[in-house]
Design a protein around this ligand. Structure first.
Ligand SMILES: C[S@@+](CC[C@H](N)C(=O)[O-])C[C@H]1O[C@@H](n2cnc3c(N)ncnc32)[C@H](O)[C@@H]1O
Ligand code: SF4
Length: 460
């Protein structure tokens, strides 16, 4: 079945399946997941291969500041209105870059840069310009590099957009979340249509080629009717891509989310209705479903890559860049190379102290063994291709797929009985109904869930 078939029909998923499969599970932006990363004593060990690697670079910069707290937020952020905090932070980003440059082969091109947060446009115009200069002067950036930034329309200005454009930013992601005033009030994120329209028109008129909008479903007071209006408004902004996230409720990690429990959160039933509405509305407006919350226009590079089965998944979501080394900077940022994950400390004071001591601020990490790498490849192909070709995995890793994953294939039989996958002799294909449960399907290939998936949000 081709990917396009997957977007053609909308299969009503029974209540029974929903309650059976709606369990906590990873989002697989990495495998093993960040919960398995261990403490790091010697950060340099986690750059062991980076000195000789020739893989192109993908850079991530985490700008953690936000001027106000959205109560649903699951990101690593610091709430402040003090712009001087960002000056100090930029000083330390500079230190971190200088230290990192000593640990990696820098004679490689940077093919992708992403600024995330928090809110990168918390930086004022001077700080935006300074960050651009720091990055440009430290790395060899490919002429056609994808350079993307996450923007909050509430604090964006036309000048900031022009500054970002001037140092090469060519992609933007805008946080919309929900357009309904009652929902906005309940989640403490008041954002007007005018702010959204301004952001879109500034970015488009500055020549930003690719625009993504973020929405969330599963927030208090959302109904099918209210969410249809939110989708209508968001689609009228004509973005190239949508990320429509299922609200991840993890109050043990994000205590402010408890505030949302005062209002009732949508039931799993309503969330499924919302998901079906989203899939239908996106299809009506010619956005293809990439998988795991992401949609894009047919001509978008993500859709092209998915059709070629070359799509990738990493900490920033889906990407077209394979075989890159991800170097990440700033608190909580996660880097990735062929067999290593490394994560910076999430604590701002510790980040500063480690850098003051001349130390890379890496706090957690993971070294993948061969089994991890085989399973990562398998899980990422499922998440990106909505299926698996046994021979491809067997050839890449010199294994017999069916033997290696005999236990996983056995476990998938009940998914087949439920109509979620088709298990063939040479391939597995996720069915239309199976798309809803893609995380559950991927979980069957995860070696670390036997103790029970702890600490994850629910899969639907
Ligand atoms: C760093 S923010 C984007 C930039 C900016 N801070 C903003 O909010 O506009 C990343 C995105 O993560 C999503 N997000 C945050 N918390 C979430 C949660 N608990 N569940 C699902 N999505 C969430 C939101 O859609 C948000 O736009
Ligand atoms: S959703 Fe964005 S603006 Fe809101 S608190 Fe989270 S990172 Fe900050």
């Amino acid at each position: 079945m081709s990917f396009h078939h997957l977007t053609q029909a909308h299969v009503p998923v029974s209540q029974l399946l929903l309650s059976k499969y709606n369990v906590p599970g990873p989002r697989y932006t990495s495998y093993p997941t960040a919960l398995l990363f261990g403490d790091v004593d010697d950060p340099k060990r986690f750059f062991k291969d980076s000195k000789k690697s020739k893989a192109p670079l993908s850079l991530y910069f985490h700008i953690p500041f936000c001027a106000s707290r959205c109560w649903f937020c699951g990101c690593h952020k610091l709430i402040t209105t003090d712009s001087k905090m960002a000056d100090v932070y930029l000083d330390y980003l500079e230190k971190e870059i200088a230290l990192t440059l000593k640990s990696i082969d820098i004679d490689r091109e940077v093919v992708q840069i992403h600024l995330g947060g928090g809110t990168p446009n918390f930086l004022n115009e001077d700080q935006t310009e300074r960050l651009g200069k720091i990055i440009r002067s430290s790395f060899k950036i490919a002429a056609d590099a994808e350079i993307g930034v996450e923007f909050d329309p509430r604090t964006l200005t036309h000048e900031k957009v022009l500054n970002y454009r001037d140092w090469g930013v060519n992609r933007a992601s805008i946080g919309i979340q929900d357009c309904n005033p009652e929902v906005q009030q309940a989640v403490h994120r008041i954002q007007t249509t005018e702010q959204n329209l301004n952001a879109v028109s500034w970015l488009r008129s500055a020549g930003i080629q690719s625009l993504n909008l973020d929405l969330i479903y599963g927030l208090p007071y959302q109904t099918v009717e209210s969410y249809a209006d939110t989708l209508k408004e968001a689609i009228s902004y004509d973005p190239d891509r949508f990320a429509v996230f299922s609200y991840a409720h993890v109050p043990w990690k994000q205590p402010a989310q408890k505030i949302l429990e005062k209002h009732s959160l949508p039931s799993a039933d309503l969330k499924l209705e919302l998901l079906q509405l989203i899939l239908e509305t996106m299809q009506e407006h010619d956005y293809d479903y990439i998988g795991m919350d992401h949609f894009a226009k047919k001509e978008d590079p993500l859709v092209v890559a998915q059709n070629r089965k070359s799509l990738q998944r990493n900490f920033q979501g889906y990407s077209t860049h394979a075989n890159v080394e991800i170097c990440s900077f700033g608190i909580s940022a996660i880097g990735q190379s062929q067999n290593v994950y490394r994560q910076n400390t999430k604590d701002l004071n510790e980040y500063y102290a480690m850098l003051d001591a001349g130390q890379l601020p890496i706090k957690k990490g993971y070294m993948l063994n061969e089994d991890d790498q085989i399973r990562r490849d398998t899980i990422m192909r499922i998440m990106c291709d909505m299926g698996l070709d046994y021979d491809k995995i067997s050839n890449r890793w010199n294994i017999q797929f069916k033997d290696y994953f005999a236990k996983s294939l056995k476990a998938l039989e009940s998914f087949q009985q439920d109509g979620l996958v088709e298990i063939g002799n040479k391939a597995i294909q996720v069915t239309e109904a199976g798309r809803y449960f893609i995380r559950n399907i991927a979980m069957q290939f995860d070696a670390y869930l036997s103790q029970g998936p702890k600490g994850y949000s629910k899969t639907v």
